[in-house]
Ligand binder design. Sequence first.
Ligand code: CTP
Ligand code: MG
Length: 228
Amino acid sequence: MKALAILVAAGRGERMGADQPKAFVPVAGQPMLLLAARALDAAPSLDGIVVVVPADRIADARQLLGGVRALRDVVAGGETRQDSVQRGLEALPPGFDGVVLVHDAARPLVEVDLIESVIQAAVEHDAAIPVLGLVDTVKRLRDDRVVETLDRSELGAAQTPQGFRVALLRRAYDKAFRDDVVLTDEAMALERLGEPVMAVKGSARNRKLTTPEDLAWAESLLLSEGHP
Ligand code: CTP
Ligand code: MG
């Protein structure tokens, strides 16, 4: 049983407002994509990484990731995240039938322990994702009015990496494309098939860097830990 990762980094990063694709924006001096790839590289159960970047950044990414041992391929992404994941699935080695992880380059601070726990749970249960419990009281809104308070103990925020038997993810993705459904994560594709997905513990550190405020948070965290 092997595990491979698809690292999606082909977004534009509009909410970050940077002058280059978000994955190439440095966090305390290191591009997000490099930090995310190194984190995956450090996970002992992961055998390879396929990186998905904007078509005109393939050569840059290959150079940037030269020191990432597990790097297998760098391929061009698509218009949406879902298209980029699909390109990554197409780039996996033929005959691969292990567990595939899908990770956002926009989560560069992911811990090795979290990656390993997703892989182990996916090997055992076929599908697993990290979920972070919520701390705020959560309301359902309609037109700026509070409708009700939801039961927080039943809710959580989905993170990446998300791990699946590759055949299961392919089947779920093919159905989502056939049905013209827009996915915001991989687990959603399986939920539509009624396939069970295990939740493992997510982490606050594994926050998705979306806005300049998120970037400032990540930089101050890395600097406080002594990164250059
Ligand atoms: N992604 C991708 N291909 C796309 C869109 C997104 O590979 N067509 C990747 C991003 O590079 C990112 C991850 O999916 O690592 C999560 O997406 P998000 O945080 O929304 O990043 P962007 O789409 O780049 O940002 P924005 O939505 O603000 O433009
Ligand atoms: Mg996006």
